[in-house]
Design a protein around this ligand. Structure first.
Ligand SMILES: Cc1ncc(COP(=O)(O)O)c(C=O)c1O
Length: 328
């Protein structure tokens, strides 16, 4: 493995803390809960994309790029963090966002504006064509675009979560913690791919649970294959001999509620409970849904008493401010 020799642009405050959640563990009456605070990665109000972007921006700079181009939902955390990373690295940033520009940009959109990113609003089916067109236009203007796919989820980006898993294992060892389960939200797959690969590299012997944020199993059986493919691209990138098959990837479905980014009682209860018992802010789309799913699994007895479950908080809190009406 040659992770230390890969191009990497420093963006994150690492290591992020691992904390106990004693009041919440008592409240839920199940396993002991720990939290890994990747909402505290530092860049632009934190989140999981900071870790991926360290490697993606490192690669972009190595290739001589001068513009980061990426895509996402209107309240995309990935786009907000890419815009901030571009600002810090002295690069331009072009964002292709789904939907129509609102009159008043709030949450992540306000931050994109402050970071100086240029936005292009499209309907979701036009995304691939717009990405091609924009890249061609930039090249015609002698710019050097570096295109980052949805969520920064490729072999380069996932490297950030291999490093994160190595970091976590060192923290668990130093803190004398034994963790039986690691639980996190999964959507474009890069976070899970890195954690899965990192778990095998470090010899983690507990169970990983990716809680699907935006897919229902019957529609989308191939997601596990996508995660394995990103993990394998990542293994090749970092020089590891390991390869994963889709059968080894554990994704938990059934928590999509009314759809992607639609806040329901599951997310509301999770956000309130975490805030009121531990003073920690979850987000309405990812960490709120993932923690709501974890609460449901605890209540259904999916974990044994005496086990320890680590919830990996992947950030996203700036989106809260665009969802005030759903959370009051
Ligand atoms: C806050 C937050 N958590 C989790 C995820 C899911 O991570 P991934 O897309 O790597 O599966 C995202 C992705 O957009 C996110 O913004």
């Amino acid at each position: 493995m040659h992770i230390e020799r890969l191009p990497r642009f420093p963006l994150a405050q690492l290591p992020t803390p691992v904390e106990r959640l004693p009041r919440l563990s008592r409240e839920l009456g199940g396993p002991e809960l720990l939290i890994k605070r990747d909402d505290q990665t530092g860049l632009a109000m934190g989140g999981n994309k900071t870790r991926k972007l360290e490697f993606l921006v490192g690669d972009a700079l190595g290739q001589g790029a001068d513009t980061l181009v990426t895509v996402g939902a209107a309240q995309s955390n990935h786009c907000r963090q890419t815009a901030a990373a571009a600002a810090k690295a002295g690069l331009d940033c072009e964002l292709i966002l789904n939907g129509t520009k609102p009159d008043l940009p709030t949450g992540n959109l306000l931050l994109n504006h402050l970071f100086g990113a240029r936005e292009h609003w499209i309907e979701r089916p036009q995304r691939a064509a717009k990405l091609r067109e924009l890249s061609e236009q930039l090249r015609a203007r002698r710019r050097k675009p570096y295109v980052i796919g949805v969520g920064g989820s490729n072999g380069v980006g996932a490297t950030g979560y291999v490093v994160a898993m190595i970091e976590l294992m060192e923290q668990l060892r130093a803190g004398g913690h034994h963790v039986d389960h690691i639980v996190f939200g999964t959507s474009s797959g890069g976070t899970q791919a890195g954690i899965e690969l990192g778990a095998r590299i470090t010899g983690f012997n507990g169970k990983l649970h990716g809680l699907s944020i935006d897919k229902n199993e019957p529609e989308y059986l191939e997601y596990e294959g996508e995660v394995a493919q990103i993990a394998n691209e990542c293994a090749a990138y970092i020089g590891s001999e390991l390869r994963l098959s889709k059968a080894e990837i554990n994704v938990v479905y059934g928590y999509m509620g009314e759809g992607y980014a639609v806040v329901g009682e599951l997310e509301r209860e999770a956000i309130r409970l975490m805030a009121r018992s531990e003073g920690i802010v979850l987000d309405p789309v990812y960490a709120g849904r993932a923690f709501g799913a974890l609460m449901d699994l605890i209540r259904k007895g999916a974990f044994k008493r005496g086990e320890t479950v680590l919830f990996w908080h992947t950030g996203g809190a700036p989106a809260l401010f665009a969802y005030a009406r759903d959370l009051l």
